[in-house]
Design a binder for this molecule. Structure first.
Ligand SMILES: Cc1cc2nc3c(=O)[nH]c(=O)nc-3n(C[C@H](O)[C@H](O)[C@H](O)COP(=O)(O)OP(=O)(O)OC[C@H]3O[C@@H](n4cnc5c(N)ncnc54)[C@H](O)[C@@H]3O)c2cc1C
Length: 335
């Protein structure tokens, strides 16, 4: 039995303070990931700071320039919100491809972004794992041929596990920003600046500071995206994480792409954005030929080993298909 203190926070400031006061403190939101980590003996909190008791963190609103999701909005509430479906449908499209209805009912926005690795070496507490123990090196990093699920981008000397979230990939393609609150300040970080590739000095993959909490996510509407799609390819159709996923958001005006967002899940150690491919598409016609070229550009930096080399071609095809799906899915037609 692991004993831990349980603290209900009434305000964000209380939550941050309580977390800082005790070693090994964790915020708990839906608990769908953290409780698993505790049961598996991967994380050993001395204190859980329950943030569900803080009011005002569940709202979903359209401010005109942005759509805003409070950190405690459930994944279901986000996926079913008219504000999301009408103005940022890619968030809904990506959420509904993840987990199950029951888990999505519990899962929150902040918890989803912060969810842990699904790597078998991370779950096996007897294995060396740089994401669980500082200084450890994953056997798949040193293995000549790697393993099937290894990431292709953002590789590092201690860990090559791909990031598991679907929602984060949809949000990344929409150039979303994470809103972080500390004791006296609020700051916003673009999602691709919020995550960083694993480092051997610690087990973190985000720039969230000890004295900070995620309070929400802001999705800017200035890019004018009016078409989007999320494609999740997996070994089993239901209740499974992706093998590779693709997210595309396009602003298409009379056949020309004014702006593109392109990202992928399960290929990077963090949700992976293809900025060069996005730039290539800007100003081009929304044609399959251009989508093919963009996908070629996207995969050009991949670093496969023998056991995951098949994913480079698969990723290229998924990105082409996702872009074609997006072209055929204007906002308001399909979720
Ligand atoms: C069987 C199963 C299948 C799944 N399948 C998928 C899938 O296909 N796709 C997918 O994307 N996900 C999947 N998930 C993961 C699921 O999406 C996450 O468990 C969920 O999103 C986590 O949210 P939560 O609110 O329950 O987080 P919690 O478990 O409460 O917390 C997770 C982490 O986030 C931290 N945290 C929570 N809120 C904040 C905050 N506001 N600020 C800072 N840190 C915070 C916690 O301290 C903890 O470290 C699956 C989960 C399960 C159990």
């Amino acid at each position: 039995m692991n004993f831990f203190q349980y603290t209900e926070a009434k305000t964000t400031r209380d939550a941050i303070k309580a977390k800082q006061e005790k070693e090994a403190s964790y915020f708990i939101a839906g608990g769908s990931n953290l409780v698993d980590m505790m049961k598996e003996g991967i994380q050993h909190p001395q204190q859980l700071v329950d943030i569900n008791t803080i009011s005002g963190l569940r709202e979903i609103k359209n401010t005109g320039d942005t759509v805003y999701l409070g950190t405690l909005a459930s994944n279901t509430a986000a996926a079913e919100s008219e504000k999301i479906i009408n103005f940022a449908p890619l968030v809904s499209q990506s959420i509904v491809k993840g987990a199950t209805q029951q888990i999505r009912n519990m899962a929150t926005i902040g918890g989803n972004l912060m969810q842990e690795s699904r790597c078998p070496f991370f779950y096996d507490v007897s294995a060396s794992c740089g994401r669980r123990t500082v200084g450890d090196v994953c056997p798949t990093v040193t293995a000549k041929d790697g393993i099937r699920t290894n990431a292709l981008f953002g590789l590092n000397e201690s860990c090559n596990t791909p990031h598991p979230s679907d929602m984060a990939v949809g949000m990344l393609a929409l150039r979303s920003k994470v809103v972080l609150q500390s004791k006296n300040d609020t700051r916003k970080l673009a999602l691709d600046k919020f995550y960083h590739i694993p480092v051997k000095e610690n087990t973190k993959i985000t720039h969230l500071q000890d004295g900070e909490m995620i309070v929400g996510v802001e999705i800017p509407l200035e890019h004018g995206f009016n078409h989007s799609a999320y494609l999740k390819v997996r070994d089993r159709k239901s209740y499974a994480f992706a093998l590779i996923s693709g997210a595309a958001a396009l602003n298409i005006q009379t056949g020309t792409i004014l702006n593109a967002g392109l990202a992928s899940g399960w290929v990077g150690t963090i949700p992976w954005r293809f900025e060069e491919a996005e730039n290539y598409l800007q100003g081009k016609s929304a044609t399959e030929t251009n989508f093919r070229q963009a996908a070629k550009i996207a995969v050009s930096g991949a670093q496969p080993k023998k056991n995951n080399a098949f994913k480079v071609k698969l990723l290229e095809k998924i990105l082409i298909r996702t872009l074609l799906m997006a072209k055929n899915t204007p906002y308001g037609t399909n979720n």
